[in-house]
Ligand binder design. Sequence first.
Ligand code: ADP
Ligand code: MG
Length: 727
Amino acid sequence: MNSSIRRTAVSDISNATPVAGHVDYIAKPVQTVYGEHVFNESVQRARLPKAVFKALQKTNKAGEPLDPNIADAVAVAMKDWAVEHGATHFTHWFQPMTNQTAEKHDSFITPTAEGGALAEFSGKELVRGEPDASSFPSGGLRATFEARGYTAWDSTSPAFILDNPNGATLVIPTMFLSWTGEALDKKTPLLRSMEALSKHALRVLKLFGNSAAKRVFTTVGSEQEYFLIDRRFYLARPDLVNTGRTLFGAKPPKGQEMEDQYFGSIPERVLACMAEVEYELMRLGVPVKTRHNEVAPSQYEIAPIFETANLATDHQMLVMEVLRKTATHYGLACLLHEKPFAGINGSGKHNNWSMCTDLGENLLEPGDTPHANAQFLVFCAAVVRAVHRHGGLLRLAVSGAGNDHRLGANEAPPAILSVFLGSQLTEIFAQLQKGKAKGGKAAGHITIGVSHLPKLPRDAGDRNRTSPFAFTGNKFEFRAVGSSQNVSGPNTVLNAIVAESLDYVASELEKAVKGGTDINKAIQALLAQMIADFKPILFEGDNYSAAWYEEAEKRGLPNLRTTVDALPLTTAKQTVSLFTKYGVYSERELHSRQEILLENYCKTINIEALTASMIGRRMILPACLKYQADVAGAINGAAAVGAACESQKRLLTDLVASIGALQDALDVLDKATAGQPHGDALAHAKHQRDTLLPAMADLRAKADALEEVVADEYWPLATYQEMLFIR
Ligand code: ADP
Ligand code: MG
């Protein structure tokens, strides 16, 4: 029978013995596990010569350039520590333009003349690596004959050890650059954007009389949503294996309508898996904090405590990797795609973002004093101004074939960017705009009159889950990020656009003060003007409603519905001038990125189309024909004894017609796949969106209709009910 693979899976699952635990927190309490595989500050302090440690701290904490003379000493200490932890190899770990990490391992072994070997690792090897760059997407930045690219040590993200069943590897976070210094990765622009934001945030702080802070970091906490399904079903679904999402599957009788999954009790096998994931992540110093069931059946979430954007990004990549790897230990498959299943919620990654000084002051934390509140309002307004001016870039930063299925599908915020502030802050901004809040000086503090405003919200009382960009008490939450995406992209854009806003604020205030205007008055006037300008981006209502789409259009907010609509913005004039001005991307880098993203989109849809056709022709069609033959045989048999029945004949004719429709849809899809235009990437992407995707959707509709009439035992694909509810 076609369905034997399904039957076996179900029977295996029902007979499976519970997985034994791999983690023992009694032998090793949780606090001793945390960070044990990280070459962190305390290990560095203990193992590095004092002067070397100090020099490294200066680079990591104050952003000073790395002293090349310390590399050898750091390398030796790192290697000794790694070897003690069982490491045999080291790798430069980087984040190419693929949403995944890349690594190439080299052993520490250096043979000696006497036939023995030493474990060696030099400063040179620590600081720079030279992987062959030719097989990574570069978007024309590097011709394949000029394959050289190099990795450069990022000392601000500590090295760590990754275990495997037969050893361990010392992993060194790095940037990945072309020989000419252009970024080929996602970390380099992120670091540049953090630099830009720090510079201009410090200027604003100085105007508020704060000269003690030496650096401003952006902080990020990303909540990761994911699915866990039985691996046997996963392996029996070529669409999941090839594309990460189901391209077929009729709606099951039960979906998420009972609302009994969110925060429900976690199935034991899943909980065991989560616990091992957390154990591994804690060893790697990833501060994982919460776990719970999400809205859709078999959907879950893991969230860490926030860290600086760079570290949070590296750790987020590890979260995805460890989830994928650990799931298999429990016979599960982890699905990180934005939309693995139609008809139920997809997965996102809420990106919580704020700015924090090196002295630990969160600049988006409403203060206790009027002075602190004025500063808070200025930083908050700068962020809102940035989203208003560059909402399209934030949309661009979360684009991708997978996320297109989510954005605007009434489960995730729409592709239209707006900001939710909560009623109290909205009210305060409204007052400031009207200039009602009077200026004044009290005890040498800048008050800009906010002293008689209501106490600012400590904890945003009201919440709006439909907003793509919401203020949540002391941070903003960008909710449109896709579950499989590297968060460095959205954070690079956020940092860059807020840097531009802070630059504007600082310049305006510096100019006013220089011209003799009282700083209080200058701040008040600037806030009023900024608020008036960015008002159209504020929206407190239901972002899912049709009325909002109309309203947003009236307000002139861009609605870049699909990835293909958004991507050309990468090289638009204003984008180039923004990113080059703040040194985040060069124009060449932007062109290469646009090329890479378009290509990635085209390839993704091409793989989906080929997979859909393969499953349709070689699995579904044959199964349907078999069933049709059996039905025909049964009718013939009945006719032979004179018991022919009209309604049975109708079953057969309907079946024949449905199978014919499936074949027609397959032909249309194959023709569309063969007819892909090559050459112009944008034209190609449009073809994928406008021709291939609809052809796939139509094929799916025909196949799903058949799934509802063909006898279950003939059906070759694991059903939605099996994948989502057999745990
Ligand atoms: P929620 O607001 O979603 O109910 P939390 O307040 O617990 O939940 O925070 C959610 C995420 O936001 C967590 O990952 C948390 O670490 C992160 N977060 C909290 N404060 C900040 C901050 N200042 N900067 C960045 N992320 C933060
Ligand atoms: Mg949240």
